[in-house]
Design a binder for this molecule. Structure first.
Ligand SMILES: N[C@@H](CCC(=O)N[C@@H](CS)C(=O)NCC(=O)O)C(=O)O
Length: 258
């Protein structure tokens, strides 16, 4: 595939790292693309513009709200098939199907088990991260995204951002996250560094995407991230080390046109 035929990834810019990458769901897709060695380029979209950009381009909605269909990032465009694909797990499934000569992230027969694992991860592993993360995500967004993010996340969390993670409650929030990760450590048992042992699957890209979110937004040297690295015998540190070679994201990117 020539670079002019590269897949386009629609992502949200941030300022916590030089490459501007911070968004957990998009990081999963970047990991999958890098694992498959599929070239891609990036178009940046600010939070308030998601729906207009997705609708204008024809990217499928990922939900339905009171006012009609809702849209989310990431979505991709593949010039090779002229297809827009939304919803992270569906994008990964699409890439496996469209590029059968690349390493699959859903090895044959594993699709339903990986989807179930990923659901459980989103139900039990991800929510304890929200109070630890949301205020810090807000601080590193561009001003164009901050008011939208504050309004929607304060409505979701039912608290002002400033009250979510304080020096007083952070230890308890971290303890709750450690307990949640313990469940996944137990599921993985002797399998290391990945859920299925030595080969990366979508389940690993999904967990690593969320953990990379924390590492980048809180900072690799932060107390919070250092704590995660120390939990469950270093399980998550090893998982992230196994993803380090894939954590190279294309520089630059253009702003998607409204
Ligand atoms: N089910 C979607 C969820 C993705 C998602 O929630 N992305 C966030 C950004 S990280 C988003 O687009 N939120 C919509 C909004 O805040 O309006 C997926 O897995 O791709």
């Amino acid at each position: 595939m020539s670079p002019s035929n590269a897949i386009v990834v629609y992502d949200i810019p941030g300022n916590c790292s030089e490459d501007r990458v911070w968004s957990p769901n998009t990081i999963k897709i970047r990991y999958v693309l890098n694992h498959k060695k599929l070239p891609y380029r990036v178009e940046w979209v600010e939070f308030p513009d998601f729906a207009a950009v997705a609708q204008k381009l024809g990217a499928p909605p990922t939900g339905r709200g009171r006012k009609g269909p809702t849209f989310s990032i990431p979505f991709i465009y593949d010039p090779a098939t002229s297809k827009y694909v939304s919803n992270t797990i569906d994008i990964a499934r699409y890439l496996d199907a469209a590029y059968p000569n690349t390493p699959p992230v859903f090895p044959a027969g594993s699709e339903s088990l990986i989807a179930a694992f990923d659901d459980l991860w989103h139900e039990k592993g991800v929510p304890p991260m929200f109070p630890l993360m949301v205020p810090f995500v807000h601080s590193q967004l561009n001003p164009a995204s901050q008011p939208y993010f504050r309004k929607t996340r304060e409505a979701f969390m039912k608290k002002p951002l400033e009250e979510l993670c304080t020096p007083d409650n952070e230890p308890a929030l971290l303890a709750a996250f450690e307990k949640a990760l313990g469940r996944f450590d137990a599921y993985m048992g002797d399998h290391s560094p990945f859920v299925m042992g030595k080969n990366i699957t979508y389940a690993d890209a999904s967990m690593a995407g969320w953990l990379t979110w924390m590492k980048r937004v809180r900072g690799p040297e932060s107390r919070a991230w250092k704590a995660v690295e120390s939990w469950q015998g270093g399980r998550w540190k090893r998982l992230m080390e196994a993803f380090a070679a894939l954590e190279h994201f294309p520089e630059g990117g253009i702003v998607a046109k409204l």
